[in-house]
Design a protein around this ligand. Sequence first.
Ligand code: FAD
Length: 473
Amino acid sequence: MGSTAQELERRLGVRAIDDPAILRLYSREPSGLEGDAMAVVFPESVEDLSRIAAYAYKREIYLYPQGSSSDLVGGAVPERRGLIVSMERMNRILGISLGDTIVDTQPGVRLGDLNIVLAEKGYMFPVDPGSVSIATVGGAINSGAGGLRGAKYGVMRDWVLGLTIVLPDSEGTVLRIGCRTLKCRQGYDLVRLIVGSEGTLALVGEATLRITPLPENVVTGLGFYEDLVSLAETVVRIKESGVQPLVMEFMDEKTARIAASVVGSRIPVEGHMLLVGIDVNHEATDRYAEWLEKVMREMGAKSVYIAKTTREAEEKRLYEIRRNLFPAQVAKALRERRGASRIMAYMEDISVPPTKVPEAVVKLRELEERLGLETFLGGHIGDGNLHPAVAYVEGQPGIGERVEEWYMEVMRIAVELGGTVSSEHGIGKLKKDALKMELEARGSAKALDIMKGIKRVFDPKGILNPGKVVDPE
Ligand SMILES: Cc1cc2nc3c(=O)[nH]c(=O)nc-3n(C[C@H](O)[C@H](O)[C@H](O)COP(=O)(O)OP(=O)(O)OC[C@H]3O[C@@H](n4cnc5c(N)ncnc54)[C@H](O)[C@@H]3O)c2cc1C
């Protein structure tokens, strides 16, 4: 152990690591972004967080709260040299009250693990990002995560009732904000301000989350379409019919093919893929199964696979292609350009109003052609949240500029169609210019000044996750 880690352990009473090889692992994220940290510290309690915050404040050391570092916008990557605050030891579920429909947890609990425990009691925490097996409660709160069930259950801000937060000040002040009740008026809503704040305002030490009963049953339909616009129109038709599915996901054909081959799927990918899951009670199962198949076929699906129960959907492996959306692209890039030393992958996270999805799909294809960058398309189509992506080998002449142009253009398309540049991953270090562009396009540039002011109030020395979301100057 180096002297930095020893010093931190002595002063803070928490485990610390400064081994350069381990630091590298904690300093990067799946998109390929990397930073540079002086050490990682591993608090186990709110009191530990408070000591870390006060210590960092007095010495003006940057702090980078981190769950699993999977947010894809560099949110937990150390932008300037400082301490990574890993939440991996704050991984206890503190209590579940079915009567109050809440769960209290530490921030390092993984959403997948939380749901395994809740499922035993017939309940779930409904926000389920594709990364659910690694995404932590604290990371999901701070990135304002959504997921496959977003069209029905919304995003983190709809499910966080209360938080224990630690401020980056001389005392490491601990605040308990929000309530343990669904209805709660505490003046300005500080809980909602922290949700989605990407670790730039406070350290989240504990959370009180709403939970909801598991659906009685889910009818699933997996359809393959020749035409992406017909697929998008199927989604609009389902929504207009008054049915509100639990899941509505899509992938374009080439992405679905790669994902299917990576997971060894037995389902033949015969076009662009739409996955719809409708939560129903047992009595309504047959009716919804027939209806879903009929709608998919009428709207142009060439092949449709239906599962009448959750178990049948698992047995037929209807969800596995979609669950492999992101690694699919990287795997393809790796395979095709074997020998390449460094693959970069960028996944976008735009939303457009669901009725604008067909138009967005056409514009994204035009952009792909214009820039000559192979684009992979997929996302949570039910709420208009699209994740177009590119994966490429670094070092090709002009590639960096083209990817940057693609990245900004995708977001411009979203804003032009009345959508937004970031839906669930956050702003991080990658989307600060895009946030400005979106606010300016709405004639609301002043909102950025308000955000900078909020940052200064919470974090007067600017030590918490600097370089992310806004630069307060
Ligand atoms: C394959 C794949 C699929 C994905 N699918 C989805 C999806 O469907 N929906 C979705 O929303 N996202 C998705 N993501 C992005 C990401 O996984 C989620 O946003 C996830 O919730 C982030 O959790 P994390 O623990 O990795 O957070 P991190 O990346 O570690 O942190 C996210 C942000 O929160 C801050 N933070 C973390 N913990 C704390 C804390 N305790 N206190 C204060 N700040 C904190 C960090 O500084 C950072 O700014 C996906 C990512 C991958 C790789």
